[in-house]
Design a protein around this ligand. Structure first.
Ligand code: AMP
Length: 126
């Protein structure tokens, strides 16, 4: 069920629980700004999620309210995870779903990293 990205941050969302270590995840990377883990339902050979440590509902919330330090740290972490996974060559895809039309289901900002195989057309309309 897509979320409403205008709602305030909810500390009980599943990614907040992963960040607090209350539920397990398959961790890939962590630094002061970001945490990365494998998606539980991978849509490609490689499907990794990168989330900021701060309490941000979506890219909209993050880009409007996060500090330059948080934004810089998070963007660098996304790049670092892609490099760690060996995806820069032959290439990969990044995606952040926002709100109902974006199909966002978890109300904590996350960037999807897909790779490990050719990914097909940019958008698949139903
Ligand atoms: P989105 O639709 O952009 O909000 O994507 C949410 C993603 O989170 C989906 O790809 C889910 O498979 C993934 N997901 C949900 N719960 C977990 C979990 N506990 N661990 C890892 N990935 C999860």
């Amino acid at each position: 069920m897509p979320i409403d990205p205008t709602l305030p941050y909810n500390d009980e969302n599943i990614f907040a629980k992963i960040l607090r270590g209350e539920i397990p995840s398959n961790k890939v990377y962590e630094d002061d700004w970001a945490f990365a883990f494998e998606d539980i339902n991978p849509q490609a050979e490689i499907h990794t999620l990168v989330i900021p440590k701060g309490r941000y509902v979506s890219w909209d919330d993050f880009s409007a309210k996060a500090s330059n330090e948080e934004i810089g740290g998070f963007v660098r972490a996304v790049g670092e995870v892609a490099r760690m996974k060996g995806l820069v060559e032959p290439g990969f895809r990044m995606m952040a779903n926002i709100g109902a039309h974006g199909g966002q289901e978890v109300p904590h900002l996350h960037v999807h990293i897909f790779g490990g195989e050719p990914l097909g057309p940019m958008i698949c309309k139903k």
